[in-house]
Design a protein around this ligand. Structure first.
Ligand code: PEP
Ligand code: MG
Length: 591
């Protein structure tokens, strides 16, 4: 039993207050155990594997039975393929061999076999083999779930209301598919505030805490839980008074947000007349209208990778075309910056065979993946270029590390443009091309890069990760993840200077863009636009309209004279305090 009234201090990843009953999902993303076994354990380990395979076969047969009643032929064929793969002689024999000769547990043995089988398909670009890799991933997950004895991942089947989900981790794809009307908030044991799971939680306005170590031991199924992601507190089994107080605060927070929305569409301009464009980061085309309602003057970052999430295949050209067209049309001529695929790192999708590497963040991610999987890339580019005639499309390339890579990508884009021209498909003549500045090497050669593009967009989430060697998803090093590190400020400054010299615009689109604490700094550094989670726009705009460019420049010259994070942080907090007061809630809790 959990003790009564446990308080855990932890910084909120997605602001807000959530109250609900805990639903603990111990197995999701928990990783599987890897261990050596003794000779005596070999037989029982083989038995465990065989019974997990048997169970998987039975589950698939049941799924097929349901499909026969409701679905088409294609799905049934897929299930048949999965059943065949599960029984595949090579898979079973090799896994058993691994257990016997390497003396490793069944989970580990299975992982090794699947990786080997997938390697065989890795260089084959034929669609059939691509699909087989996805099939292998799927059956791997199914057998693994049966081995570790975890329940099926069925978030969409949750029936109860007012739940706080507690899990080791959620993938961004899990969060996108959370049933919002039932799930009020979530807590994970691992992860950092710049992880993609945290980003998605913010854009969906789900109060969340990530990286709360030991949470799975402290909270139990059905415990009443309060997430206070405003002041950074989790309360398990709150007292009656606490519960009442939090209910009131939740209402007050929602009311304050509504108030802020009233002024959201006023011009984004400082008191002394300096305009700063405030645009939105979105993950789905459906977010365009809410973004406009929150005062966005356009889309500064459309993370297209979420089109690829929660599925076993890749989205077709037509599906993507419709999605980009919808976003462009709804923005009615305002800029829509669509970023080409940034798969990899911590935002993998079902069936991602490039995930099996020790350092995915340093691996085949974003444009690197696109330059290998050129057909997937071309499909996306065709969809984007075709959609370009429906609005003001700006194309953004992620993870550019240097000039040669940029030129390579540009030539693929040109090739696709020429193909479309030959096919007499209309494409807008005026599509701006920009790159994410998120790898330190790109900052170093920013002058050369600036000559090749129309705009820069600084991705501080990754820039901080790569410059400071701080894994953005690792809670143990998140204390180092600080945009006020003088090294980071200097990288932003160099980028802004290179952009100015070349006469191109520079945006910041990392998570820090939405935090009013950094607004004066970015303004003073000469940043032209901030792209953020739409819900953050009203706050940042309100503050922007209170400040002057003059004071921002003065602040930056003081910051430049400091070389310690503590001093810079102290200075900025001090200078910003009077503005941040606006957002304080009248009856704040003193837990
Ligand atoms: C970034 O790295 O700052 C960024 C905006 O891109 P993403 O978070 O999608 O990696
Ligand atoms: Mg990035």
């Amino acid at each position: 039993m959990t003790k009564n009234n446990v308080h855990i201090k932890h910084e909120g990843a997605s602001k807000g207050i959530a109250i609900g009953k805990a639903h603990v999902l111990t197995a999701i993303g928990a990783g599987f155990p890897k261990y050596w076994i003794t000779d005596r354990e070999i037989t029982s380990e083989i038995m465990r594997l065989k019974s997990a395979i048997q169970k998987s076969k039975q589950q698939l047969a049941k799924v097929k039975e349901k499909l026969c009643r409701f679905e088409g032929k294609e799905q049934i064929q897929i299930i048949d393929t999965h059943s065949m793969l599960i029984q595949d002689e090579m898979l079973v024999t090799h896994a058993i061999q691994n257990i016997t000769s390497r003396k490793i547990n069944a989970e580990w043995a299975l992982e090794k076999v699947i990786s080997r089988l997938k390697m065989a398909f890795i260089d084959m670009h034929d669609q059939y083999f691509q699909q087989r890799k996805h099939d292998l991933d799927y059956i791997y997950q199914r057998i693994m779930k049966n081995l570790v004895g975890s329940p099926e991942l069925s978030l969409h089947e949750i029936k109860e209301n007012n739940l706080i989900l507690v899990a080791n981790d959620f993938s961004p794809a899990d969060i996108v598919s959370l049933p919002r009307e039932r799930v009020k908030g979530f807590i994970t044991a691992v992860g950092g505030n710049a992880s993609h799971s945290a980003i998605i939680a913010r854009s969906l306005e789900i109060p969340a805490m990530v990286g709360v170590e030991g949470i799975l031991k402290q909270v139990q199924e059905n415990d009443l839980v309060v997430i206070d992601a405003l002041r950074g507190l989790i309360i398990i089994k709150p007292s009656k008074e606490e519960l009442e107080r939090y209910k009131k605060q939740q209402t007050a927070f929602e009311k304050a947000n509504k108030e802020l929305l009233k002024d959201a569409r006023l011009p984004a301009v400082t008191k002394d007349g300096k305009r700063m464009e405030l645009v939105a980061n979105i993950e789905l085309a459906e977010e365009v209208i809410p973004a406009i309602q929150h005062g966005a003057e356009g889309v500064g970052l459309f993370r297209t990778e979420y089109l690829y999430a929660n599925r076993m295949d890749y989205p077709s050209e037509e599906e993507q075309f419709e999605c980009y067209k919808a976003a462009l049309e709804q923005m009615e001529g305002r800029p829509v910056t669509i970023r080409t695929l940034d798969l990899g790192g911590d935002k993998l999708f079902a069936g991602g065979e490039y995930a099996d590497h020790v350092n995915p963040a340093l691996g085949l991610r974003a444009v690197r993946f696109c330059l290998v999987e050129k057909d997937i890339f071309r499909t996306q580019l065709r969809a984007m270029l075709r959609a370009s005639i429906y609005g003001n499309l700006r194309m953004l390339l992620p993870m550019i590390s240097g000039l040669d890579e940029l030129l390579q990508v540009k030539s693929v884009i040109e090739g696709v443009r020429n193909d479309l021209k030959k096919e007499k498909v209309k494409v807008s003549e005026k599509i701006e091309l920009g790159i994410m500045i998120e790898i330190p090497s790109a900052v170093i050669v920013a002058d050369a890069l600036a000559k090749e593009v129309d705009f820069f967009s600084i991705g501080t989430n990754d820039l901080i990760q790569y410059a400071l060697a701080v894994d953005r998803t690792n809670e143990h090093v998140s204390y180092l993840f600080n945009p006020l590190n003088p090294a980071i400020i200097s990288l932003i400054k160099q980028t802004a200077e290179a952009a100015k010299k070349a006469g191109i615009d520079v945006t910041i689109c990392g998570e820090v863009a939405g935090d009013p604490l950094y607004l004066l700094l970015f303004l003073g550094l000469g940043i032209d636009a901030l792209s953020m989670n739409p819900v953050s726009i009203p706050r940042v705009k309100k503050m922007l309209r209170e400040v002057t460019l003059k004071e921002a420049k003065e602040l930056v010259s003081k910051v430049n004279s400091f070389d310690s994070i503590a001093k810079i942080e102290g200075l900025i907090k001090n200078e910003t305090a009077k503005y941040l007061k606006i957002f304080e809630h009248p009856k704040s809790a003193k837990p």
